[in-house]
Ligand binder design. Structure first.
Ligand code: ZN
Length: 138
């Protein structure tokens, strides 16, 4: 279960709408207790994909590392990554799976015609062959 507090959630939705029709991406900082994760802060990261960004995002390893350091400096952890799917459902694509890692929650925001539509959180397995849907509260 992952719960996103109102402030980071508003920031994530605003970021996803701003990036439309491209994909946006960012880091989710917070903590976890008894298997329940709480996102307390959203950090905007640059979509570093060199090609068309309407259906693709890429994170720089150094940006992720910086997000991890920022989290620790604020006594939080980097608990997940979010990105948007412009005019597309909030599913976890094969590319998303290939670029995933099993220790993060991956929140996907579906933005339809520039407006927020729905979101899902995904937990990829270690083999990066499948992702299970995680209960998401926002
Ligand atoms: Zn995706």
């Amino acid at each position: 279960m992952i719960r996103i507090e109102p402030e980071p959630w508003a920031a994530m939705v605003a970021h996803a709408r701003r990036a439309y029709p491209n994909e946006c991406c960012g880091a989710m900082l917070g903590g976890s207790e008894d298997g329940a994760k709480t996102v307390r802060e959203a950090m905007v990261l640059e979509n570093a994909f060199a090609g068309a960004q309407a259906a693709r995002y890429e994170l720089r390893p150094e940006d992720l590392l910086a997000a991890d350091r920022a989290a620790r400096a604020r006594k939080m952890d980097l608990i997940g990554i979010y990105h948007s799917h412009p005019d597309c459902d909030a599913y976890f694509s094969t590319t998303d799976l290939q670029n995933s890692c099993p220790w993060y929650s991956f929140v996907v925001l579906s933005i339809q015609k520039g407006e927020f539509h729905h979101a899902n959180s995904w937990l990829p397995n270690v083999e990066q062959t499948a992702a299970a849907k995680e209960e998401l509260i926002y």
